[in-house]
Design a protein around this ligand. Structure first.
Ligand SMILES: [Fe+2]
Ligand SMILES: [Fe+2]
Length: 270
C-alpha cells in the first residue's frame, strides 16, 4: 500500500539491483521499496529547499500558501505513511540485523560537517573582502540555523528515547560508571578539538610526512588535527587520497601566502 502511495508521488524505474537479482520475489520488492523511498526523499528535499528559498527571499503570499500546501499535502503525509507502514517492519529488521544507534551516528556526522563548515567560514571572514563578507555572513547564518535544527532534534531523540530507557533499566552503579566515562572523554575531546595543531614548519622536510601520517593514524574516528605548514601541502593530499581513500577529511582553514592550515580528520565509522 505504501509503495503504491510512493509510486503515485514519483514514478520509479525498477532498481538496478532488482533487475540483476534472480527472481527471488522478496529481494525484488525490497530493493524497489528502498529505491522508491530514496526517490521520494530526493524529490521532497528538493522541493522543500526550493520553497524555503522562495519564502525566505520574497514577500509573496502565493509562495507562502504554496509552501504550506506542500508541507501539509506532501511532507506530512510522507511521514505518516512511514509511521503506519514502514517503521514497524524496520523495527523488526533493526532488532535482528541492525544497530539501533546507527541513526544517531548519522546525526553526529552531520553535526561534525556543519562545525567544519562554520569553522571554515568564520576563518575566511577574518580576511574577506567587503564583497565576499555579505555572502559569507549569510552562508554562516544559514549553516548555523540548520545546525540548530539538527541539534534540537538530536537532543530531543536522546532525551525522549534513550534517557528514559537508562532511567528505567540501568542500575545506579552502571549509570555512574557511564557518566564518569562520558565526562572523561568530554574533557579529552575538548582539548583535542580546540588545540591540536600540528605545526610542521620547524620539522625537517623529510620527517614531515611520517609525522603527519603518524598523527593521522593516532586519531580515533571523528577526530581531527590542524596541520600548519609553510607551503601548500597539496602533494600530501594526494598521498592521503591514495592510502586512505574515503576515510579522511581535508579542509583548508588558511591558504597562504605564508601559512597554510588544513584540518585533517578521520571520518566517523558507521
Ligand atoms: Fe522518509
Ligand atoms: Fe549526541
Amino acid at each position: 500500500m505504501y509503495i503504491e502511495y510512493i509510486l503515485t508521488m514519483s514514478p520509479v524505474k525498477p532498481a538496478k539491483q532488482a533487475r540483476r537479482a534472480t527472481p527471488g520475489k522478496g529481494k525484488v520488492v525490497m530493493s524497489t521499496l528502498a529505491e522508491a523511498i530514496r526517490n521520494h526523499h530526493q524529490s521532497l528535499a528538493k522541493t522543500l529547499r526550493a520553497h524555503a528559498r522562495a519564502v525566505g527571499g520574497g514577500e509573496s503570499q502565493t509562495e507562502r500558501d504554496a509552501f504550506v500546501a506542500f508541507l501539509k499535502g506532501d511532507l506530512l503525509p510522507h511521514a505518516r505513511g512511514e509511521e503506519r507502514h514502514l517503521y514497524s517492519t524496520v523495527d523488526k529488521l533493526v532488532r535482528e540485523h541492525g544497530k539501533p544507534t546507527a541513526t544517531m551516528m548519522v546525526d553526529h556526522e552531520f553535526i561534525n560537517d556543519y562545525v567544519t563548515k562554520i569553522e571554515l567560514i568564520a576563518h575566511r571572514l577574518k580576511s574577506a573582502s567587503e564583497n565576499e563578507r555579505a555572502r559569507l555572513l549569510s552562508e554562516l547564518r544559514d549553516l548555523s540555523l540548520r545546525l540548530d535544527g539538527i541539534f534540537e532534534l538530536h537532543l530531543s531523540k536522546e532525551e525522549r528515547v534513550y534517557l528514559p530507557l537508562i532511567e528505567k533499566h540501568l542500575d545506579e552503579t552502571r549509570q555512574r560508571q557511564v557518566l564518569e566515562a562520558i565526562h572523561e572523554s568530554y574533557e579529552e575531546e575538548k582539548k583535542m578539538q580546540l588545540d591540536q595543531p600540528l605545526d610542521v614548519r620547524t620539522v625537517v622536510p623529510r620527517e614531515r610526512h611520517t609525522l603527519i601520517f603518524d598523527t593521522y593514524t593516532g586519531l580515533k574516528p571523528g577526530e581531527a588535527f590542524i596541520l600548519v605548514n609553510d607551503h601548500d601541502p597539496r602533494p600530501l593530499y594526494y598521498q592521503f587520497e591514495a592510502e586512505h581513500t574515503g576515510q579522511f577529511s581535508w579542509d583548508y582553514l588558511e591558504q597562504g601566502p605564508e601559512v597554510w592550515r588544513v584540518r585533517i580528520g578521520r571520518r566517523g565509522a558507521h
